[in-house]
Design a protein around this ligand. Structure first.
Ligand code: ADP
Ligand code: ZN
Length: 708
């Protein structure tokens, strides 16, 4: 076995490398430069952590995320890896200790902030140490185009000059072509091996809703419906909105914490820590939050305002479901968002070319929102990736939107904009269309226009939706300063009736609820053990002051509850458990497993689904209730129970309420027919004048040792 695979399995506890990981790891181990583009949650960390353990010396990891270094180092230490970090949060003495360890060759990985790395003092230290590799994390920070720009990153090309024989691996999840080229140029990676992974995140379900008048309420409904107990991130555009939404959710009983640049660094750090360490915390944030957050079990990311562009949308939603389990990316957006974003853009003092690029990106984002076919296909296409089939896991795939021919209404809207001389905003134009009479209208003489009142058959909300679609599709521009609507050139063909305008019908899109079984795949009788394991884990996490997932991911606990390992060997088989974690925690968790055995009656050779029914039936004593809980038919439940009866796990009278006479009648009828296993039951059913349900017959037959 290769050393890299050995480390993957025994140190990190994972069975196989994912997609490009092996090639990347091999490249770095061989001493080559590598450039890695992988979506969030794809598994970038292992790409440098494993080579760090294989190659001699210490790996230097450059990361802009000081606040998260400790977590990363803690996580590595949980695997028994010798890791440390150097940044301004450490005291002088602590820094000396780390440097001491560096020179004693007692470190495998050292995380350093970029501003520290480029100091001459640090260079002196590094030149004396033996360095295995440089990992440049969040490499897109070299790009001036992105919002994460760090000027120190631009000095990192010096690494190649000063350490020509040390391989460098640059990693990012930011996909656009321009940023990619800039990273390669700035860091001098022209000769690097380039690995680009698929950007698809199949476990994330994309849902984009048209904002109702009260977006917060829609958010609340979404959370209530799908994520009442889950951790999630809610993004808002402004600090004020962050505060008010956090307060709103708190009033509703959620643990919701604000996070934005206007708060003190300590409070921000505190909220981030709570989000990482506690379960079910919702962070309400501006985009200042999230880079480098590697909490694996964020179950949803919600956008209450439009993100800046598709890259941001992808990056932000990518923070959901890193553990590969189902997660939701939900967004609500409306006309106001579009106008606000356009205004922010125009008012910024950015250079013209920058504005144009940004405009174009905004347009693509609006396109994504208004789309009537698969969101994932469009998203991936934006990153130059082709998805052959619609994904089946986005709102448009799950509930194909209805459209209608809105050409006439669109023409009315456009000509109304024209007749009012392109000087008014949406609300006023709708008033004209609906024939509203007020002083302003009369003063302007607009009650005498031919378009006055021609749209009173259409509700205001519907008009707003239509205007939003007209703006999104570029038929109408919004004047930045005054919010007045202007016709674009393309409006002409629509007015002349040369183009058809198909509009989405507004309707509440009901997101398919993520089934909890899908999340956990746990049998009901595993739940108790799962809960005991969770408490054990959280207790340990508290003691050590680390987030629970650093000890074991939720998915590892699920697997544990389901597989119920009874010895070290079986424990090691679980995903995410290596030798170090086995030694550290195995005993304690094995004890919890031993203390929560499967109930005796369920220790049998029947299948899982039958045992699930049996377990629920023993709890509820009602066939109907079990059928409802499981979403199965009564007859199916009866036939499951019949098997349990045949194995003497259940007595007949617990399942059916029939007199002895009637039972005898059924048995007699059964005796008249062939008794063979699996023989059709229909003749018996008919012989008894169809007076007993099939399910009941099955259960009685089961007492005679017959299962059909
Ligand atoms: P990224 O930095 O690319 O966003 P991470 O390195 O944090 O992603 O990895 C995301 C998650 O996937 C982590 O929980 C990690 O432990 C897990 N992971 C990475 N590689 C593998 C693998 N080969 N097998 C199983 N899980 C993996
Ligand atoms: Zn789809």
């Amino acid at each position: 076995m290769s050393q890299a695979l050995d480390i993957l399995q025994n140190t990190f506890g994972y069975e196989d490398f994912r997609s490009n990981q092996k090639a990347i790891v091999d490249g770095v181990i061989a001493g080559r430069d590598v450039f890695v583009l992988m979506p969030t949650g794809g598994g970038k960390s292992l790409c440098y952590q494993i080579p760090a353990l294989v190659r001699e010396g210490v790996a230097i990891v450059i990361s802009p995320l000081i606040a998260l270094m400790q977590d990363q180092v803690d996580a590595l230490q949980q695997h028994g890896v010798r890791a440390a970090y150097l940044n301004s949060s450490l005291s002088f003495q602590e820094q000396q200790n780390v440097l001491g360890a560096l020179h004693r060759q007692a470190l495998d990985l050292l995380y350093i902030a970029p501003e520290r790395l480029v100091t001459s003092a640090m260079f002196d230290h590094l030149l004396q140490a033996r360095i295995s590799l440089f990992a440049i994390d969040e490499a897109h920070c070299v790009s001036q185009w992105g919002h994460d720009f760090r000027k120190e990153y631009q000095q990192l090309s010096i690494l190649r000059e000063r350490f020509p024989h040390v391989p460098r691996i640059a990693l990012t999840a930011t996909a656009d072509q321009r940023t990619r080229e800039e990273i390669i140029a700035q860091l001098g990676l022209q000769n690097a091996e380039v690995y680009i992974s698929s950007f698809d995140r199949p476990n994330i379900r994309y849902l984009i809703e048209e904002a109702s008048t009260n977006a917060r309420e829609s958010l609340w409904r979404f959370i209530q419906r799908e994520h009442p107990e889950d951790a999630g991130i809610v993004y808002c555009l402004s600090r004020k909105k962050v505060e008010s939404v956090a307060e709103f959710l708190t009033k509703k009983g959620q643990t919701a914490l604000p996070y934005h640049a206007g708060m003190s660094a300590e409070l921000r750090q505190h909220h981030q820590q709570r989000f990482l360490r506690e379960e079910g915390v919702i962070i309400v944030a501006t985009i200042a939050f999230g880079m480098g957050i590697d909490k694996p079990n964020v179950r949803f990311v919600a956008h209450l305002s439009l993100p800046k562009n598709i890259e941001s949308y992808y990056q932000e939603t990518g923070r959901a479901g890193r553990d590969g389990k189902p997660a939701n990316a939900w967004m609500s957006y409306g006309l106001q968002d579009v106008i606000l974003l356009r205004q922010m853009l125009e008012n910024s003092d950015a250079a013209d070319i920058f504005k144009r690029v940004t405009q174009h990106k905004l347009q693509s984002l609006l396109g994504l929102c208004e789309l009537v076919n698969c969101r994932r296909q469009t998203l991936l296409a934006y990153f130059d990736e082709t998805l052959a089939e619609p994904c089946g896991n986005c709102d448009n795939c799950l509930h194909p939107p209805k459209t209608y021919d809105a050409t006439t209404n669109a023409q009315k809207a456009l000509s109304c904009i024209y007749r009012t001389e392109q000087r008014f905003g949406v609300t006023y134009i709708i008033d004209v269309l609906r024939g509203k009479s007020n002083e302003r209208m009369i003063h302007n003489g607009h009650d005498r226009l031919t378009t006055y009142g021609i749209g009173d058959d259409v509700a205001p909300a519907e008009w707003r939706s239509l205007f939003r679609q007209l703006i999104a599709m570029g038929y109408v521009h919004v004047d930045v300063e005054y919010g007045s609507l202007k016709l674009a050139d393309s409006a002409r063909s629509l007015l002349r009736g040369e183009t058809l305008f198909m509009a989405r019908i507004i309707e509440k899109i009901k997101a398919g609820k993520i089934k909890k079984e899908k999340l956990h795949k746990l049998r009901s009788f595993d739940q108790e053990l799962r809960e005991a394991l969770r408490q054990c884990r959280n207790g340990l996490a508290d003691e050590q002051g680390v987030p629970p997932y650093m000890i074991f991911h939720d998915s590892t606990l699920d697997e544990m509850a389901r597989m119920r390992p009874t010895n070290n060997e079986a424990f090691l088989q679980l995903s995410g458990i290596g030798q170090f974690k086995l030694d550290k925690y195995g005993k304690e968790f094995l004890k919890v497993i031993a203390e929560n055995p499967i109930p005796d009656v369920l220790q049998n050779r029947l299948s899982d689904t039958i045992n699930e029914t049996l377990s629920l039936f023993l709890e509820t004593e009602s066939v109907e209730k079990v059928a409802e809980t499981r979403g199965l038919k009564n007859t199916t439940i009866y036939s499951h129970l019949a098997e349990a009866i045949a194995c003497d796990l259940l007595s007949l009278d617990r399942v059916i309420d029939l007199s002895g006479e009637k039972i005898t009648e059924i048995k007699n009828a059964a005796d008249m027919f062939d008794f063979a296993e699996g023989a059709p039951i229909k003749p018996i059913y008919e012989a008894l004048d169809e007076s007993y349900e099939y399910g009941i017959l099955r259960c009685v037959l089961a007492t005679m040792g017959r299962v059909s």
